[in-house]
Design a protein around this ligand. Structure first.
Ligand code: RIB
Ligand code: CA
Length: 309
């Protein structure tokens, strides 16, 4: 099987960790590099979290430090869901791997050149690293085959009624990514709120007993409590959606659309404006907006992959 070369950009929080652990075990994907960005927690946490999850799971891939703050708006973290440290206040053993010092955008560019135009980027945090890379390397857009994000929403929001956390976290960076000309797969809240694990499934993962499975259960307790408090469906595996879509698109449905980001609105800052249900459509429509998932098959696959550690 020809494996898909993948770059993973993350504000490593608790659902990012599930996405990374799933990604590493999908035989269809070949992880070439990881970059950390500030988002769920400050960069000092998300960078170490990515390193330490790799150490816990035996993921032998370099992790590069990226942006400490968004391009133009203040950093907004999410301690209620991810804890102050980004991994649900779980203390992970520190990685002994040397800390990479090359900036994320330089490492991504090098990986894109090495992949000869075949690299696909999965970005599951604010898009500051990707936007910075596009700004520094004008030819990068010819070297990335596709960008798959967790971000946005055709309808609704989880930070404001109009905006989702990753896009709201850096709306200007998101606009640069959507306007880059690189095809985008957008896994927004429309699908990620349907891609959940039940509390019983999370407990069953932990009961499997391996260090990785216990970490997944223990680090997601804050997030589970948050979803229960807010009448959520269960533990939303937001960031695993673009990962699973890349390897198993058959589990998902969606539509081609034009998507622009609101970067100036008072009420709508960070909204991903899509033309899916509009009579008036945008001129360029190169975004595939994922809208639904076979939840049972998704959950079964995630559990199956986590149990291989
Ligand atoms: O809105 C959900 C997104 O925000 C996920 O990527 C989660 O990790 C947080 O970054
Ligand atoms: Ca994330």
């Amino acid at each position: 099987m020809k494996r898909i070369p993948v770059w993973f950009d993350t504000d490593l929080g608790v659902d990012d960790a599930v996405a990374l652990l799933t990604l590493w075990r999908l035989p269809e994907l070949e992880l070439r590099g990881i970059s950390a960005v500030a988002g769920n927690a400050e960069l000092c946490h998300t960078f170490e979290n990515a390193r330490n999850v790799c150490h816990l799971a035996g993921i032998d891939v370099p992790v590069y430090p990226g942006a400490e703050h968004p391009l133009f708006v203040p950093l907004r973290t999410a301690p209620l869901v991810h804890g102050k440290n980004g991994v649900g206040e779980v203390e992970l053993a520190p990685s002994p791997a040397p800390r990479e010092t090359k900036p994320a955008w330089d490492a991504l560019y090098d990986a894109a050149k090495a992949a000869g135009g075949e690299l696909q980027v999965i970005a599951v945090g604010p898009l500051t690293n990707l936007a910075t890379a596009f700004g520094k390397y004008p030819d990068l857009k010819t070297l990335i085959r596709r960008i798959l994000i967790m971000g946005g929403a055709a309808k609704g929001g989880n930070v404001t009624p109009a905006a989702e956390f990753n896009i709201y976290g850096d709306p200007h960076a998101a606009q640069m990514v959507f306007r880059s000309g690189v095809p985008v797969v957008m896994c927004g809240l429309d699908v990620t709120m349907r891609a959940y694990l039940t509390p019983e499934e999370v407990e069953s993962i932990g009961a499997y007993g391996t260090p990785v499975c216990r970490f997944v259960r223990d680090s997601n307790q804050l997030a589970l409590a948050f979803f229960e408090r807010t009448d959520g469906p269960g533990l939303c595996c937001h960031d695993t959606c673009p990962v699973m879509y890349l390897a198993h698109p058959e589990l998902f449905t969606g539509e081609e659309a034009g998507v622009y980001v609101e970067t100036r609105g008072a009420l709508t800052l960070g909204k991903t404006v899509t033309d899916i249900w509009s009579d008036k459509q945008f001129p360029d429509r190169h975004v595939f907006v994922v809208l639904d998932v076979d939840r049972d098959a998704f959950a079964a696959k995630v559990q199956e992959l986590l149990r291989t550690y």
